[in-house]
Design a protein around this ligand. Structure first.
Ligand SMILES: Cc1cc2nc3c(=O)[nH]c(=O)nc-3n(C[C@H](O)[C@H](O)[C@H](O)COP(=O)(O)O)c2cc1C
Length: 188
């Protein structure tokens, strides 16, 4: 409870993190969405085809790193993976060390539930989720409506609706959801 509340996580919001596993001296890291259903435990939905999934099922322990910037996601996805590093990643001021408490098979992915074993929260800690960016993108799209053609208007409205769908999924009940809901109300 303490770790997740101190970190400032909202219940059921999905945060973009970098999950690192450490198996047989090898560290693997990958961007993954993480949420807490109860401010006690965390959950991940991981595709079975990923190494992260294999490692977590094999080792049952992993580290959730909270990047200080978007750049760290690029590094985790695109750069050569470190073979002998630490699962506590550079450029991530907050991290949760977690142990699997449940695995729910969902076909091509699994939902992993985990308890927190230890945590650190540094001074540059930042929580990143998609909703804030999407709310801004939605407003930019909305501002283009007066000068758009009928076809452009249809695709702008579709884009805002899609943003709203993702915002509802990633930050249920948030102010971002309310803001984009208001935009949709104005254009429908
Ligand atoms: C911001 C971001 C979030 C992601 N979230 C997830 C996720 O929640 N679950 C998942 O299975 N893949 C997710 N991915 C895709 C994985 O990071 C990607 O498949 C990665 O290559 C898996 O690496 P691995 O095979 O080393 O585990 C995400 C990618 C990005 C960029």
């Amino acid at each position: 409870m303490d770790a997740l509340q101190r970190l400032g996580l909202e219940r059921d919001w999905i945060y973009e993190t970098i999950v690192a596993t450490h198996v047989k001296g090898r560290v693997n890291s990958a961007p993954m969405g993480v949420w807490t259903p109860d401010l006690e435990s965390i959950k991940l939905r991981v595709y079975k085809r990923t190494r992260t999934c294999e490692d977590i099922i094999e080792n049952r322990r992993f580290v959730v790193n909270f990047p200080n910037s978007i750049k760290e996601f690029y590094g985790a996805l695109l750069d050569e993976k470190s073979l002998n590093g630490s699962p506590f990643l550079e450029g991530c001021d907050a991290a949760l060390e977690a142990e699997v408490s449940g695995i729910d098979d969902r076909g091509d992915c699994v939902d992993i539930a985990a308890r927190i074993l230890a945590y650190r929260i540094g001074e540059n800690t930042r929580l990143i989720n998609r909703a804030e960016y999407l709310a801004l993108e939605s407003l930019i799209a909305y501002s283009k409506l007066p000068s758009s053609s009928k076809t452009e208007r249809a695709s702008i409205v579709e884009a805002i609706k899609e943003n709203h769908r993702i915002i509802c999924k990633t930050t249920p009940g948030s102010r971002f959801q309310a803001l984009v809901q208001e935009l949709l109300g104005r254009i429908q």
